[in-house]
Every structure is written in structure tokens, then in C-alpha cells.
Design a protein around this ligand. Structure first.
Ligand code: UDP
Length: 421
């Protein structure tokens, strides 16, 4: 379940973000008019894509547009193949057969949601439904492929297979400039964002934080190292346990690995079992397998943490890093992908290259509470200025304007003032 069950209005964000952003959004929306937008992804629960669409859609609707959210369906085999695609696009070695590519296309063809003819824009997320565009050779609307993956080391076979589909889109939208590819289609940069007013990120009382920890079986009597992530090898849960064991030689502390699974990830149960196995019966390692609607619980855990870690091997962006930074936590994360983009090393957190480095930086923060506090405050300001709902909406509206301009459709005039980032 996305975390935006509490619907908020655009105006509610005005006191949080830099003045002017809300006005720009309203102007861009007015110029775009009452367009219809269809989003297609592969799950409504779990992971960053579902998280973002949960708050993105109500606000776009409030701005006068119509939005549909469709999900591509498939049997477990389909999601096993697309998970391999996902891993391979992140640069992990995976084995593929011709049959897998054929089965993927077959399922996309059979289960592709029907896109209404009057949709003005179609946004297809990630590889799972990417080939859907092949089903619409005579489309009149504008299609964007929204990629949430770090493609910088993408496996050539899978990328070579997907690329001809991607090039049929009117644009491809990436999180970061370093993820863009040499493509025939125009490319746009839209980093993700978090909703500061959602249950995942809103302010919580100290009582609620304490009672949530108690409910989850975590005694609030020692320093807490926290990693929030789906149980996925690429999230580095094993290295987080190793680092914790190194830190514990110096400081009394506990480790919380809080996660769950996404419905499009068939591997998560096996990874969870391996993580539990590695943790053994250590009372200071808490493996929390949370249901997908545990937004307030994750919020409380992030607020209770002394240091938040994100030991990912690959990371398209890492919304969990943004969430922790917004809660003024110092984050120690791997020097990769979107983590590198968010943490300013030595200013708002630390970037690391090994388990030993991770342990060293956690110890450094444990030993310097003043530094930890300063990092946290700087982290929060970075998010306030760059990675909140209004920033994301504004960037997408600009993409829709550009997409519309790119074809033979009506030309629109951008607002006279400069759009500043
Ligand atoms: N998340 C969650 N429950 C979990 C694990 C993650 O609600 O058990 C949320 C997390 O708070 C974040 C998103 O899912 O909002 C994960 O996004 P991220 O970009 O960190 O990673 P992804 O799962 O998309 O690879």
C-alpha cells in the first residue's frame, strides 16, 4: 500500500519548500491543461516506484489532470525473468536463454494493460512493462520510459534487447545524469523524492517512537544502527551484519534490518532466510520482516536510529537514504549510484567502499555526537531543497511540456520566468 493514504494538498507543502516552487507548479499545470496520464508499473506495493506513485498521483489529479495507474500482471516465471533483467541491468551477472526473452515478450503482449486512446501521456516504469510500446505501433500519444535503475554498468545482452523498445519512446527519464545512455530518444533527469507529510515521514512524538520500538521487540536502551531495505542481496544485508559485529567490539549497540518484500520480487523469502541464518540467535540483531503498510513503523525506526546505514551493492536511487536524511540522521552509505548523489561525504554523512570502512564510519559517528548532529541537520536541508514532493512534481511537469513540444502537437508557451532548480 503506498504511504499516501492521507491525501495532502499542494498548498500544504508551501511552508516546507523554498517559496516560489508551488507557484511554478501551478503555472506549469495550467499551461499543460487537463491532460490524461497513464502510469504502468509492476507492483502497487513495495519498493520505491510504488512509494512515489502513491503521492504523485493525487497531487497531479489535484492540479486538474486525470491519472490512471495500471499494473502489468504475470505468473511467477515472468517476474523471475524480469528480476533477472533488473539484476543484469544493475550490472549483476545473470544467465539468459532465448526462451526467457520470448516468454517475457509473450507475457507483455498478453497482459499489457489496455492504454486508453485518449491518454495524452503514458509513463512506463522500468523493464517489466518496457516492451509494451511494441503493442501500440499507431499510438498518437506521447510515451516516456521511466527508468529507476542505475544503467551505467548494464549487461549488454539485456540492454541490447530492451534498447530498441526504449528508442521507440518519445523520451526516457532517468534519476541521475550518469544513468543516461547513448539513445535515439530524448533523455530527461528527474531524481525521485519523498513526501514529508506522509505517514512514512511526518513528525512523530517521542512516545510513539518508543511505543513502536517496544511493539517491534526492540529495547530502546542502546545505540541503534538501522538499515531499511527489501530483503535483496543488492541491498547488502550481510555486509551490514559484518560491520555491526565490528562496531560492537567498541560500542554497545544493536542492529535493526527492517524490510519486507515487493510482490514483483520472488527472491526475497530466500534472502530473508539467509539473513536470519547469519544473524543466528544474537539478541542485538533484529530482523524485522514488516508488512508493506508499515510506514509509521519505518518512520519510528528511522527516528530512533543513532546512525542509518545503506550498504547497497547497487542502488537506483535509495529513497531510504532520503527518508533518513529528512529525519536529520547521519547516513553511512556505499559510494555508489543514487547514494553517492545524496550524501555529501564528510558534510552530511559518509560514503564507504568496504565493510571495514562502514564499521569505521559508524564508530566515528558514535564517538562524535556533535558531528552526527551536524551531519543530520545538513542532510535535512539538502532534502528540503532538492528531494521533496514539489521538486519532483515540477520536474515531471517540465518533462510533459517537453514531450508535448517534441511532436506535432499544440505548441505551448513556458512561463516567462526562469525555472530554477
Ligand atoms: N520500504 C518499505 N518497507 C520495507 C522496505 C522498504 O516501506 O520493508 C520503503 C522504503 O521506506 C522506501 C522504499 O520502500 O520508501 C524503498 O525505496 P528505495 O529507493 O530505497 O529502494 P527500492 O526498494 O526501490 O530498491
Amino acid at each position: 500500500m503506498p504511504s499516501s493514504n492521507n491525501k495532502h494538498h499542494l498548498e500544504d507543502y508551501a511552508p516546507i519548500v523554498t517559496s516560489g516552487v508551488i507557484r511554478e507548479i501551478e503555472e506549469l499545470a495550467r499551461l499543460l491543461g487537463p491532460v490524461r496520464i497513464v502510469h504502468v508499473n509492476s507492483t502497487k506495493e513495495g519498493g520505491g516506484v510504488a512509494e512515489i506513485l502513491g503521492w504523485f498521483i493525487p497531487i497531479i489529479e489535484e492540479l486538474g489532470m486525470k491519472v490512471d495507474w495500471e499494473v502489468i500482471t504475470g505468473e511467477k516465471d515472468f517476474f523471475t525473468i524480469t528480476k533477472k533483467f533488473h539484476n543484469a541491468l544493475h550490472g549483476q551477472p545473470e544467465e539468459f536463454t532465448e526462451e526467457m526473452f520470448a516468454a517475457y515478450l509473450d507475457n507483455v503482449g498478453k497482459n499489457a494493460p489496455k492504454i486508453p486512446e485518449d491518454a495524452d501521456f503514458v509513463v512506463i516504469h522500468d523493464p517489466q512493462p518496457a516492451a509494451m510500446i511494441g503493442e501500440y505501433p499507431d499510438r498518437k500519444n506521447r510515451w516516456a520510459w521511466r527508468c529507476h535503475i542505475d544503467l551505467s554498468e548494464a549487461d549488454l545482452r539485456v540492454w541490447g534487447f530492451l534498447r530498441p523498445f526504449v528508442e521507440r519512446y518519445d523520451g526516457a527519464v532517468f534519476h541521475l545524469p550518469q544513468y543516461t545512455k547513448n539513445l535515439m530518444a530524448p533523455q530527461f533527469i528527474v531524481p525521485p523524492a519523498i513526501d514529508p507529510l506522509a505517514p512514512k515521514n511526518e513528525k512523530l512524538s517521542e512516545e510513539e517512537v518508543s511505543s513502536t520500538l517496544h511493539k517491534l521487540g526492540v529495547a530502546n536502551d542502546k545505540r541503534i544502527i538501522l538499515q531499511v531495505a527489501r530483503f535483496d542481496r543488492l541491498k547488502g544485508p550481510f555486509g551490514a551484519i559484518e560491520a555491526f559485529r565490528l562496531v560492537r567490539r567498541w560500542y554497545d549497540c544493536c542492529l535493526i534490518l527492517a524490510g519486507g518484500s515487493a510482490t514483483d520480487d520472488p527472491e526475497s523469502q530466500a534472502v530473508l532466510a539467509e539473513v536470519q541464518d547469519m544473524a543466528g540467535d544474537d539478541p542485538d540483531i533484529h530482523i524485522l520482516n514488516l508488512p508493506p503498510d508499515s510506514h509509521r513503523e519505518i518512520n519510528a525506526l528511522q527516528r530512533a536510529a543513532t546512525v542509518v546505514v545503506q550498504n547497497s551493492r547497487r542502488e537506483g536511487f535509495g529513497l531510504t537514504v532520503t527518508e533518513a536524511m529528512w529525519k536529520a540522521k547521519p547516513v553511512v552509505g556505499t559510494d555508489i549510484g543514487g547514494i553517492r548523489h545524496q550524501i555529501i561525504h564528510g558534510v552530511s554523512g559518509f560514503l564507504t567502499h568496504s565493510v571495514e570502512g562502514l564499521a569505521y564510519r559508524i564508530r566515528q559517528l558514535f564517538g562524535n555526537p556533535g558531528m552526527a548532529k551536524r551531519f543530520g541537520q545538513q542532510a535535512r536541508e539538502y532534502v528540503r531543497n532538492n528531494l521533496l514532493v514539489p521538486h519532483h512534481i515540477r520536474r515531471w511537469l517540465l518533462v510533459f511540456h517537453s514531450l508535448r513540444q517534441s511532436g506535432n502537437g499544440d505548441l505551448i508557451t513556458l512561463p516567462p520566468h526562469e525555472i530554477t532548480e
